[in-house]
Design a protein around this ligand. Structure first.
Ligand code: MTE
Length: 450
């Protein structure tokens, strides 16, 4: 820590975010190198101007900064032509920001998860290329001209729709989060993973466009007297079938083809997926090919042996799809390093499957004291809400936590409250308060405090 230096706080991003592999192994060493390098660059620049560095005045480095004094090529030369990248790509300097598979999580990568780097995204929309992926049997890039959606069962006129048929119908666009029911599952027993990408990265938020499911059900003449449930089925080899209660199916469920202003990405279900706002990701059936209307739950494999909650007394709970209120601080977060004491903007995300986020409180002392964070607009139902709060780090140890409350009054629980009911070997619906420990050397790590 450079004591007494008055300047804005800075941090080293989490290793898997921006650093090269060898640096990721030694964040502490990196930090020392960084401080030494900035000090010597500053001193050299001032010496070139015949000045000596005033003590603790690195902030004035701009006066002799070669990045200003030596004109770079981009101010004198001709830049790249338009449409050099017909489909735009992020800057080469951002290439460390990627969705990543957690090594060893599953035996084959076709049945695995790629986590969203929440630590590196801003606002509430997840860029499509960083949207998390969860496949049970790999992903496909399906030819939309050959894709069909069948609607059948308790309807007067069963129909088969082509993509053209669906895209002619009245559409809606809505911003919603999608969270896998197994997000944060690895932390049920103890601290398991170092960064927010792996602890919370099975959640993303996008604008989805498509036809309300209710429009298709009405179009086929749903038998309102007999119908109780619908079944959604995907076209991949995983036989992904999920039961959805009829009142929900007629409410805000969308048969979606668009995501963030373009067609769905293949990994996320191109050309058609179900969007079931507030409900765990597994019900958002990708590569959607069949909707069946029925009068009983189907008890499919992914709702009778998977995606169930362990309960006391050897019981389990089925059909608990709603993702309860949850929040996490995305920066500072695990794997990052704070370089200086001083000002930091604590920033994070909150969401609830029941509606809007009403309030997020933040603690920097492990839950003894709480301050209410600013909720950035828009605050939408069943969508990410971005929160921010100012913090001046005094250079001592701190425990950062956020606690969300939604508009039903539900408050995000502590991990010991969840464990008291669900034990330490559960998998799904882990929405506990997350703690990040800031050590006095600035390193941020994942801890469990309650
Ligand atoms: N739909 C099909 N057809 N096949 C799948 O493997 N995975 C489900 C769901 N829909 C899956 C599926 C699970 S478990 C989740 S969490 C979400 O898709 C993930 O959606 P995403 O890959 O777009 O993030």
């Amino acid at each position: 820590m450079s004591s007494g230096v008055k300047k804005s706080g800075r941090l080293i991003k989490a290793p898997e975010n921006f650093l090269a592999a060898q640096d990721a192994k030694a964040p502490a060493l990196m930090r020392r190198k960084f401080l030494a390098a900035s000090a010597s660059t500053a001193a050299a620049s001032l010496a070139a101007l015949g000045l000596s560095a005033p003590k603790n005045a690195l902030a004035s480095v701009g006066e002799g900064d070669p990045n200003i004094l030596n004109l770079p090529a981009h101010t004198t030369g001709l830049g790249m032509p338009v449409a050099a990248n017909p489909y735009g790509m992020p800057s080469q300097y951002e290439k460390g920001l990627q969705r990543r598979e957690s090594p060893g999580l599953t035996r084959v990568s076709a049945a695995s998860v790629a986590f969203t780097p929440l630590q590196g995204t801003f606002g509430i929309i997840t860029p499509s290329g960083l949207h998390f992926e969860r496949h049970h049997q790999g992903w496909w890039d399906i030819d939309p001209s050959k894709h069909r959606l069948m609607v059948m069962g308790l309807v007067k006129n069963p129909k088969v729709y082509t993509m053209d048929d669906i895209m002619r119908l009245p559409s809606v666009s809505r911003i919603h989060f999608i969270e896998c029911g197994a997000n944060t599952a690895m932390e049920w027993g103890n601290v398991a993973v170092p960064t927010v990408q792996y602890s919370h990265g099975m959640v993303s938020c996008s604008e989805f466009t498509g036809v309300p499911l209710s429009v298709l059900l009405e179009d086929c003449g749903i038998d309102r007297k007999a119908a109780r449930y619908v079944l959604a089925e995907g076209a991949d080899g995983s036989s992904m079938t999920r039961t959805i209660a009829l009142d929900r199916a007629l409410d805000d469920v969308i048969v979606a083809y668009g995501m963030n202003g373009e067609m769905l990405r293949p990994e996320n279900g191109y050309p058609l997926r179900l969007v079931v706002p507030g409900i765990q990701g597994v019900s958002w059936v990708k590569w959607l090919r069949r909707i069946e209307v029925g009068d009983m739950k189907w008890a499919a494999k992914d709702e009778s042996i998977h995606y169930i909650d362990l309960m006391p007394g050897g019981l389990h709970r089925q059909y608990t799809g709603i993702q309860e209120a949850k929040s996490v601080i995305t920066t500072p977060s695990g794997g990052q390093t704070l370089l200086d004491k001083g000002f930091y903007n604590i920033s994070g995300l909150a969401w609830s499957g029941r509606g809007k986020i009403k309030r997020v409180d933040v603690s920097v002392d492990g839950g003894r004291n709480w301050r209410t964070a600013r909720l950035e607009t828009p605050v939408l139902s069943k969508a990410f809400t971005r929160f921010n709060i100012d913090w001046v780090w005094n250079g001592g140890p701190a425990i950062l936590q956020s606690r969300a409350q939604d508009d039903t009054g539900y408050i995000q629980p502590k991990i010991n409250q969840l464990r008291a009911v669900r034990g330490t070997r559960s998998i799904y619906h882990q929405n506990a308060i997350q703690s990040w420990r800031v050590a006095d050397n600035g390193e941020v790590s994942n801890v469990q405090i309650y």
